[in-house]
Design a protein around this ligand. Sequence first.
Ligand SMILES: Nc1ncnc2c1ncn2[C@@H]1O[C@H](COP(=O)(O)OP(=O)(O)OP(=O)(O)O)[C@@H](O)[C@H]1O
Ligand SMILES: [Mg+2]
Length: 342
Amino acid sequence: MPIRKHSRTDFVKTVKQKLIGQDQSLEALNRCIEIYHAGLSPEGRPAGVFLLLGPTGTGKTHTVEVLAEALHGSSRNLLRIDCAEFQMEHEVAKLIGAPPGYLGHRETHALLNQARINAAASQQCDLSIILFDEIEKAAPSLTRLLLGVLDRASLRLGDNSPVNFERCLIFLTSNLGARQMTRELEGAFGLAPKQLADSPETLHRLKTQAVQAMKRHFSPEFVNRIDSVFTYRPLTPEMFGQILDLQMQAVLRRIRQKLGDRCYNLRMTPQFRRTLLERGTSVEYGARELRRVIQRYVLEPVAAATARGQIPPGALVTLHCSRGGTRLTVEPDRGDPPALAA
Ligand SMILES: Nc1ncnc2c1ncn2[C@@H]1O[C@H](COP(=O)(O)OP(=O)(O)OP(=O)(O)O)[C@@H](O)[C@H]1O
Ligand SMILES: [Mg+2]
């Protein structure tokens, strides 16, 4: 549900529905957007600069996608720079393009140009979201280039054209400190049971580790230009369960949209749901593997049965565990309301 006129309640509600257990950034993001909409953002600076730290698969990149959906109506409405593609100094030149006279000047188009930034905004909101994903992987020259962007909201491209970042929310994500965070959780307790990840002392300790790692990696000038740093917490088993349910709802929505009159209902046995969670979630990778596990154990077998014409319209399909895979049982249409039940 896009936000046409910014309202705190709508914004927080929309984001909370899709981002599980990581509310720490929401109020600060909301304040920043309110200040922008009130026309009170400082001139000559980006509207906001945020660094998201924390272990893999805990929702850092997902936060930015959900925010794009809330502001613009689509999670793809953002300019994403995957910093892993700019690990070598010469690759960073692709962002600003080669200066005139240099080899390749005509062929290289600056990736960080004004048109692309403007295209990330929408009719609903003129704030563009720019995501520098996995910033710690970038060559040092990218962080140097970013210093000017974060400080003055401006950049000069190779062909000398200016780029303005005042109408931008800039997000940097990083795994810095994540290994120490995981080691702390695993080392002391073997796993991250609910109480452990939930306790305020643990969360405080993990945050300190992430911030220290960030300060070791980036120069003080760089750190000083960041408005807020958010540390993402390791997810608890309940949170993983909610994420699985969200993703399964999305599968069901897709079945309805794509199949129309021929759509059917899905249901998981409790054991099947537990198995998906065991295979798709971990302290090490968070919820990162869930999508792949759903693809393999839900989408593929269901798609194969659909293609063979084994699922009549309106049927209730139950997903069971079978050795190494999935077994489906199909009950004919009983007029059940569309729902995904465990
Ligand atoms: N807190 C969360 N709420 C909802 N979904 C989540 C959450 N965390 C992870 N996911 C799911 O897991 C997938 C991977 O998460 P995401 O890409 O945000 O991880 P990340 O924190 O950016 O990890 P990395 O450091 O490896 O980039 C997301 O696409 C999303 O489907
Ligand atoms: Mg990420």
